[in-house]
Design a protein around this ligand. Sequence first.
Ligand SMILES: Nc1ncnc2c1ncn2[C@@H]1O[C@H](COP(=O)(O)OP(=O)(O)OP(=O)(O)O)[C@@H](O)[C@H]1O
Length: 120
Amino acid sequence: MWNSFLGKRLKGCGYAFKGALLLLRNEASIQVQAVIAIIMAFAGFYFEISAVEWMLQIFAIGLVMSIEGLNTAVEEIADFVHPDFHNKIGFIKDVAAGAVFFAAITAIIIGCIIYFPKFY
Ligand SMILES: Nc1ncnc2c1ncn2[C@@H]1O[C@H](COP(=O)(O)OP(=O)(O)OP(=O)(O)O)[C@@H](O)[C@H]1O
């Protein structure tokens, strides 16, 4: 019983990893965010940001990429259940994109708080 429980959890991790790879391979917005994440990691090393700043930076990047992934899933479901134009589908997609906007604004504010003092 314990074995099958662990086996199922491990399988779940495998599917999740597969999903992350699918996002990185196929989604332009996720690819852009991954590149920004790498640039920000270099910036973090260059400016020798503190442990707390690293945590906030990693959290902000994780937040944006996670919400973007969910936004992609919502878009895929919407296109699957209703491929034709419909005001409700438009509303659903706009709301999902709005969630990405909130996450992105949060990440930009965190980035400004970390890096502005390094310049001024
Ligand atoms: N089936 C639809 N019915 C009504 N409005 C839609 C529909 N599909 C898309 N829209 C509108 O267009 C916007 C962009 O949609 P969507 O993100 O699917 O297209 P896209 O710009 O090609 O996205 P991506 O490049 O991420 O696939 C939506 O937020 C919505 O306002």
